[in-house]
Design a protein around this ligand. Structure first.
Ligand code: KIV
Length: 281
């Protein structure tokens, strides 16, 4: 078992080995995914949606993210652990941003942070990298800007936005980012950006030519049923499994079939002599 680091990802790109990334929010899923051999675990601010039940990622807070990252870190031995910086945790003063990013590494055992945006975050990225904090960029459909975009549609379909995204990707690399997530952009643009960069791109809804792919674990397992996205491949339908198991449990309890004698504890004697008798008042 060789620990994955930011340097390993660069090596993987050099030898054209695809990078597999999944999100996780708790130690149990993190351990299952780590043992299965996932390369990177991202504690996404999608936690606000799949954990907290909100309709966007905007409500995720530093405290919540620190908690999830810390839980996930306890399940990981091999994968690189990346913490997503929540809305307004890095669009603030440089000092506060550095403090927030640093907390993910110092207090929650993350090994890198991810932050959304292009040009406006370049100076921030430089500052964090200079301070020894590896940064993953995130371009395209950046969910923290959902209200600016006005919906979850594909980004950078037009020439101007595509050119801006291309420039942003180069600038993020120049600023020291070790990788960039490309979310929901045309496959041709993602291929072009991936070719132009030395650092790996991680696609989500951005076609097959990125250097790696990321999915939200609850999406690919069929657990999150509120949104059905074209780019999500459901590897299992665990939502159906969970509903089925819960229904069986309910029936067993209602019909007195759970617990069985084997699932119960008894004293040695058949009588209830070990159980104290209290006189009735
Ligand atoms: O928050 C998240 O889960 C993400 C990934 C989907 C890239 O940003």
């Amino acid at each position: 078992m060789k620990k994955i680091t930011t340097a390993s990802l660069l090596e993987m790109k050099k030898r054209a080995e695809r990078i597999a990334v999944l999100t996780a929010y708790d130690a149990t899923f993190a351990q299952l995914q780590d043992r299965a051999g996932i390369d990177v675990i991202l504690v996404g601010d999608s936690a606000a949606m799949v954990m907290a039940g909100d309709s966007t990622t905007l409500s995720a807070t530093m405290d919540q993210m620190l908690y999830h990252v810390s839980c996930v870190s306890k399940g990981i031995e091999r994968a690189l652990l990346v913490a997503d910086m929540p809305f307004l945790s890095f669009q603030i003063t440089p000092e506060e941003t550095l403090e927030n990013a640093g907390m993910f590494l110092a207090e929650a055992s993350a090994e890198a942070v991810k932050l959304e945006g292009g040009k406006p975050v370049i100076e921030t990225v430089k500052r964090l990298v200079d301070a020894g904090i590896p940064v993953m960029g995130h371009l395209g459909l950046t969910p923290q800007s959902i209200h600016k975009f006005g919906g979850w549609g594909v980004r950078a379909k037009g020439k101007v936005e595509a050119a801006q995204l291309y420039e942003d990707a180069l600038a993020l690399e120049e600023a020291g980012a070790f990788s960039i997530v490309l979310e929901k952009i045309p496959a041709q643009l993602a291929a072009k950006v991936s070719q132009a960069l030395k650092i790996p791109t991680i696609g989500i809804g951005s076609g097959p030519d990125c250097d790696g792919q990321v999915l939200v674990n609850y999406d690919m397992l069929g657990l999150y049923e509120q949104m059905c996205l074209k780019f999500v491949r459901q590897y299992r339908k665990l939502g159906e499994e969970v509903r089925g198991a819960v229904k069986e449990f309910i029936t067993d309890v209602k019909e007195g079939n759970f617990p069985s004698a084997e699932e119960s504890y008894y004293t040695e004697t058949k009588e209830d002599e070990n159980i104290p008798h209290y006189p009735r008042p």
